[in-house]
Each structure stands twice: as structure tokens, then as C-alpha cells.
Design a protein around this ligand. Structure first.
Ligand SMILES: Nc1ncnc2c1ncn2[C@@H]1O[C@H](COP(=O)(O)OP(=O)(O)OP(=O)(O)O)[C@@H](O)[C@H]1O
Ligand SMILES: [Mg+2]
Length: 331
């Protein structure tokens, strides 16, 4: 790949996270990347599930993990991240693989992380898809913070939704922590507040407001506005039918009351045996069964990303509910 010309638009970075393990983050990262590339967009997939990388498997790449992230992090020369990208069988799609099971990758130091983020931002592509790990370690939260609009994946199961709330709660804390002035006493106060049990009720201030309540109001407002810039998009995966989406109004209310956060709803992918079968065959869903229900919904998701990513999606909950209902009636 050639270096980014000075006048080229910077890449749209889409971090994919969700809190819970096994909800389909890597499946969606891989297949979203494939569809974007197939539709003619220069795309890079990066496996940032440090220590448990498997994006290459979801892409259907056989023959082990191509060298990538670990080698970049160990390198002492100044070779750019771009030179560690591997080709894939898909035109327009490159991969920066994580190294499978490398425990030394699981914890990046501050300097490594900073270097990596800077280089990710400079990659020559239209779309850069980041497949993040489960949970909400600081490094996962920090990779999700790279962009104000990330993609969240949940299943309709309650445990998955709980982990999602937890992820977003930790994200709010992390964003606030980084937006605060460099003052030890302020940071200490924030840590103490966050680690003491916080009871969030619908008639009480949200978590961000509670955390900022003891600060100078001008600083608090600035910090709050940096949190308000975050507007993640949510995909329901492993759905069993349109009724799954009846949870949305309650979810929206919770997010707004407890976290002062607006999330937009961008996709719905059903539970589909084709996913398991494609993995068994060592192929990506898009190569093995693009006409399956999950494959078709993946294509719909990618088209929505292309159409809507850079702008607000008004009324997204209703749109997704009605759309999913219609699809189910047609099939
Ligand atoms: N829509 C689906 N239909 C059927 N099975 C699915 C679907 N989505 C995911 N799966 C199954 O769930 C498994 C986990 O998916 P995936 O590896 O993408 O999750 P993940 O969120 O990336 O997990 P981790 O947190 O471990 O990285 C897949 O191997 C597949 O078997
Ligand atoms: Mg994964």
C-alpha cells in the first residue's frame, strides 16, 4: 500500500466492542470489513483483542496468524504500522493481525499504546475496523475512545446487555478522567467517587454528573461536553426475532438517565447456523454463505455504515424496529 497523500481524507475508524465475550464482535468486524472492501472501499481490519486474537480466523485466513501487531510493537526501527499489514484474499482489504495467544501483548504500556494509536490514525484507508477484546480493560476503553462513534455489539440476552452497560459506564469514567485537568487532587477525588458504591436512580443525576458535581462548574461543563460527543452505534447480534428489540426503549432510558448518553441503533443480525458452518469450514461468512440471513443482514449493516456513519441517525430505534419487523414478515 502507498503512503497517504497529504490531501487524502483521513480514515474513518470504527472500533468494535461490547463488554461481553462471545457476542460476535470479531464476526461483525471481519464481515463488515469484507463487505466494505467488496463495495470498493479501501479497508483495514486490525485485531486489537490483545492476547486472544482471532480476527484472521473470522476472515477465513488459514495457515496461522500472519505477523502483525506483536512484531510492530517489538520493532525498534521506525517502520510505520502500514508495513506490518498483511494482504488478504479480498481485494481492497488488508489485515493487521494480532498474535494469537501472545500473553505479552495483553498489557500495553502507555508509550506503546500511544505509538500504536498515532499510527492507526495515519493508516492509508477509507475504513479502519478495530476488533476489540471483551471486558473493559483500560486499553480496550482507550481503543474505543479513538473515535466518537464506535460500534457496540450485544446479544438480546440480559447478561450481554448488563455487560454492555458496564462497558459504557467504565467508558464514561475513562473519558471524564482524560478530559479533566492534570491535577492530582481532582483525579484522586474522581477515583474515590467512582470506587464508592454509586446508586443511580432515574430521578437522580447521571453518573457523569455525579462524578463532576464537586468540580468547578466551568470545568465540569467542558468535561461533560467531551462525553456528549460520544455517540456509539449498536448492533444486536444472535437475534431470535423482532421481539428482541422491544428492549430498546428501556435501554435508551437507562442510558440517558444513568449515563447521559445517546446510542443509535444501526443493525440487527439473526442467530444463524451459517455462521457456525462457515467457521467450521475455515471460511468467512461472506465467502461461505453471503446469501444466508446473517450474511444478508451483514450486507445491510455495511450499507448503513456507508450511508449513515458520518451523520446523526434520527429516530434510529424506530427505524431498526420497523425494518426488522418488515424483514421477518417477508421471510
Ligand atoms: N449471528 C450468529 N449466529 C450464530 N452464531 C453466532 C452468531 N454470531 C456469533 N456466533 C457464534 O459466537 C461465536 C463467538 O463469536 P465472535 O468470536 O465473533 O465473538 P466475540 O465477541 O468476538 O468474542 P470474544 O469476546 O471472545 O472476542 C462464534 O464463533 C459463533 O459460533
Ligand atoms: Mg473477538
Amino acid at each position: 500500500m502507498n503512503a497517504t497523500p497529504a490531501n487524502q481524507k483521513t480514515a474513518t475508524i470504527i472500533p468494535i466492542a461490547g463488554g461481553k465475550g462471545g457476542v460476535g464482535k470479531s464476526l461483525i468486524a471481519a464481515n463488515l470489513a469484507i463487505v466494505l472492501a467488496r463495495l470498493g472501499h479501501k479497508t483495514i481490519g486490525i485485531d486489537l483483542d490483545l492476547g486472544a486474537a482471532n480476527l484472521h480466523s473470522c476472515l477465513g485466513l488459514s495457515g496461522g496468524t500472519p505477523p502483525g501487531l506483536a512484531r510492530f510493537l517489538r520493532s525498534t526501527d521506525q517502520a510505520p504500522l502500514e508495513s506490518y499489514l498483511a494482504r488478504t484474499p479480498y481485494r481492497n482489504l488488508h489485515l493487521l493481525a494480532g498474535d494469537e495467544g501472545n500473553p505479552f501483548l495483553a498489557q500495553l504500556n502507555v508509550a506503546q499504546q500511544r505509538r500504536l494509536v498515532q499510527q492507526i490514525r495515519a493508516l492509508p484507508a477509507e475504513y479502519v475496523i478495530l476488533d476489540l477484546g471483551a471486558g473493559s480493560s483500560f486499553s480496550t476503553l482507550d481503543f474505543f475512545r479513538i473515535a466518537h462513534k464506535g460500534l457496540l455489539v450485544t446479544t438480546p440476552e440480559i447478561t450481554s446487555l448488563q455487560n454492555l452497560m458496564n462497558f459504557l459506564k467504565n467508558l464514561a469514567f475513562r473519558v471524564i478522567e482524560h478530559a479533566l485537568p492534570q491535577d492530582r487532587s481532582i483525579h484522586r477525588k474522581l477515583q474515590t467517587l467512582y470506587t464508592s458504591p454509586l446508586e443511580l436512580k432515574s430521578n437522580q443525576p447521571s453518573l457523569p454528573q455525579t462524578l463532576l458535581s464537586s468540580l468547578d462548574p466551568e470545568i465540569a461543563e467542558k468535561v461533560l461536553s467531551s462525553w456528549h460527543q460520544f455517540r456509539p452505534r449498536l448492533v444486536f447480534n444472535r437475534g431470535l426475532g423482532p421481539d428482541d428489540l422491544t428492549i430498546i426503549p428501556e435501554l435508551e432510558k437507562h442510558l440517558s438517565h444513568q449515563l447521559d448518553l445517546t446510542v443509535e441503533f444501526i443493525g440487527y443480525i439473526p442467530e444463524d447456523l451459517a455462521v457456525l458452518n462457515s467457521l467450521r469450514q475455515g471460511k468467512s461468512l461472506m465467502s461461505f454463505a453471503s446469501t444466508s440471513n446473517a450474511g444478508q443482514d451483514m450486507i445491510r449493516l455495511a450499507r448503513r455504515v456507508l450511508r449513515l456513519w458520518d451523520q446523526p441517525i434520527p429516530n434510529s430505534a424506530n427505524q431498526l424496529q420497523q425494518y426488522t419487523q418488515r424483514l421477518y414478515l417477508e421471510t
